[in-house]
Write a protein that binds this ligand. Structure first.
Ligand code: GH3
Ligand code: MG
Ligand code: MG
Ligand code: MG
Length: 300
């Protein structure tokens, strides 16, 4: 039986018999998508984000090489693994296909057992790569982006905001009196509280380009591209309201009998600035002010 989260394989071949044979072969284990030409392959790839594409080389209109070139040129599709499956059986053809960035090259007429084995192998590589990406980018406790990922996205968004002439907003959120929380309720309870705050931050993000990250210990960084100070403050107000609604008890807090956070925020017009660090420093200064002023507040 095919598991519900079966990996997706796109078969792109102009020959109906090949599509049928490959499709029937893979269907019991994978979610199969079909395309009968290059344009359709690109369209299906963009729409369904398959894990792997079995790509015929010789197709009218757009051949497999061109499809692979276009996939690699599109940031949304560049990572998709491709196996060429082709009647071109000269070693030079195979070498050219691999050189273009195909994961593998299968010569027609193909042996079904070998196709299955190679597809399984490359899908395993895809799963392993995903896991590595996850380990490199995601914080294990909160499931938010980690600091490494945040720093990377921050630089990209800074450059993008500079080019587009759009404002960029950053909020640094730090849990208040968290040391006392751990001391009173224990470290595991502290972890749970931190996860709750992280969840609220993540669900408070409005756009796909917004990023909530765990920047360090009990400090989160929320990056909001194309967002002005007014909009960004509303987002943080919302997160603090949700936290107040949760009312996580914190008896020993010097701030309030429930868990609270302080937020320092800043919005910059990157095109008028030299250094990307300026935005971060500005938000950090505001966070310091929020703490100094008594915590449990936003200073922007
Ligand atoms: P302030 O209001 O000034 O922010 O006070 P604070 O106690 O929150 O700040 P401080 O920096 O003194 O202490 C932060 C605490 O957060 C200390 C550390 O043990 C705790 N902490 C950091 N990361 C984690 C974590 O992953 N889990 C738990 N349970 N605690 C953590
Ligand atoms: Mg063909
Ligand atoms: Mg703190
Ligand atoms: Mg802190």
């Amino acid at each position: 039986m095919k598991p519900a989260e079966a990996q997706k394989v796109l078969i792109a071949d102009d020959d109906a018999v090949n599509r049928e044979v490959l499709g029937e072969l893979l269907k019991p284990e994978y979610t199969v998508l079909l395309a009968k030409n290059g344009a359709q392959a690109l369209e299906r790839a963009a729409r369904h984000q398959p894990d792997l594409i079995l790509l015929d080389v010789m197709m009218p209109d757009m051949d497999g090489y061109e499809v692979l070139r276009r996939l690699r040129a599109d940031p949304q599709l560049a990572h998709i693994a491709v196996i060429f499956i082709s009647g071109l059986d000269r070693p030079e053809d195979e070498a050219a296909g691999l050189k273009m960035g195909a994961a593998d090259y299968i010569v027609k007429p193909f042996n079904q057992t070998v196709v299955m084995a190679r597809v399984a192998l490359h899908l395993q590589v895809v799963r392993q790569r995903r896991m590595l990406e996850r380990l490199a980018n995601v914080d294990g406790l909160t499931e938010l982006a980690n600091r490494r990922r945040f720093d990377e996205v921050y630089e990209l968004e800074w450059q993008r905001a500079r080019r587009n002439g759009r404002p960029l907003s950053l909020a640094l959120l730090d849990v208040d009196a968290f040391k006392q929380y751990n001391d009173r309720y224990g470290h595991p309870a502290g972890d749970r509280a931190l996860r709750a705050v992280a969840r609220l931050a993540a669900s408070g993000m409005r756009r796909p380009s917004d990023l909530a990250a765990r920047y360090g210990g009990e400090e989160l960084a929320l990056l909001m591209p194309e967002t002005d100070a007014h909009e960004a403050k509303l987002v943080l107000d919302g997160i603090r309201e949700e936290l107040a609604r949760l009312a996580i008890p914190h008896e020993t807090s010097s701030v309030a009998p429930v868990l609270t956070v302080s937020v320092g925020g800043a919005t910059l017009a990157p095109w008028a600035r030299e250094q990307s660090a300026e935005l971060f420093e500005a938000a950090d200064t505001q966070l310091y002010r929020a703490k100094r002023a008594g915590r449990n507040r936003i200073v922007w």
